[in-house]
Design a protein around this ligand. Structure first.
Ligand SMILES: [Zn+2]
Length: 285
């Protein structure tokens, strides 16, 4: 298996706090430093949320704008993916940063349960977010918390509501949503290939201690991998992850074991069908 593996680093999220792990980047300055180290370690996508000074989640487009500007300077060529996830705001505020034209944005296309609440993604909001992404040429990453979300992405793609082939990310291990189940994982892959073609790229994310499991499964099965402190703050039961970069290095090691090169930013852009106007790529092939 020689297809390069795209490593996405989810640096902050909307839940983990400094009290969970002091390495969680909260301010934009911390986010830049943490992303840069992860970029140097091999990440080609950064998935970002922004926070208020007190650590609470924010959807403030001004913070996203600062983050984007700084990342473009310090991590040239890296793919910027902003979260439109439901924890960081209600309704259309979740997509207020899409006019900044990040390369990508996460898009949840259906509702499901989260540990203590319903993750609400009503159809009219999903359609509005997809339309905004299309208008601003932002490629969605479909967050599949359930099989039905993959089929919903197919329906949206058929209607011309998504830009290009959907890039689906399987999310497993969120309490009260889809658990880490190997048969379901392989059926997800089967479904993506059936609906979007045998070469359609896909990615997987595991939550908490399942992060490493999903990294292993995805790399071994020819998919792409997501890591980062948003999903998991530990290296193992007794050790906090010292940084986002440390979690990226863990995936790089898995790639080496499976003889998969780590994708450069340019390779990742090409595989995902993204804008390639950015000439600078900070990493060697
Ligand atoms: Zn997120």
């Amino acid at each position: 298996m020689t297809k390069p593996c795209i490593i996405c680093v989810a640096i902050t999220g909307s839940l983990p706090q400094k009290s969970d792990n002091p390495a969680v980047p909260i301010t934009v300055a911390e986010q830049i430093e943490s992303t840069h180290a992860a970029f140097e370690a091999g990440a080609s996508i950064v998935h970002a949320h922004v926070r208020n000074a007190d650590g609470s989640p924010s959807s403030d487009p001004e913070k996203f704008a600062r983050l984007k500007e700084e990342l473009e300077t310090h991590c040239p060529g890296m793919i910027l993916q902003f979260s439109t996830g439901g924890r960081s705001g209600a309704g259309e505020t979740r997509g207020a940063m899409l006019s900044l034209r990040p390369d990508m944005a996460s898009l949840s296309v259906g509702s499901n349960n989260f540990p203590t609440r319903v993750y609400e993604n009503p159809p009219n909001l999903v359609d509005w977010l997809a339309a905004e992404m299309r208008a601003h040429e932002v490629k969605p990453e479909i967050e599949a918390f359930d099989l039905s979300h993959i089929l919903k992405a197919k329906d949206m793609a058929d209607q011309g509501h998504l830009l290009g082939t959907p890039y689906v990310q399987f999310v497993m291990g969120v309490k009260n949503a889809m658990p880490v189940d190997r048969d379901v994982f392989y059926y997800y892959i089967h479904t993506v290939k059936r609906l979007f073609g045998p070469d359609a790229p896909w990615c997987a994310a595991g939550i908490g201690r399942h992060q490493i499991t999903l990294n292993e499964w995805a790399v071994a099965a020819g998919g792409h991998a997501r890591t980062g402190l948003e999903d998991n703050v530990r290296l193992d039961r007794d050790t906090l992850a010292p940084s986002n970069a440390a979690l990226v290095r863990r995936v790089v090691e898995i790639c080496a074991r499976h003889a998969r090169p780590v994708a450069t930013c340019a390779e990742a852009r090409q595989m995902l069908g993204l804008r390639t106007t950015c000439l600078a790529d900070g990493k060697a092939a």
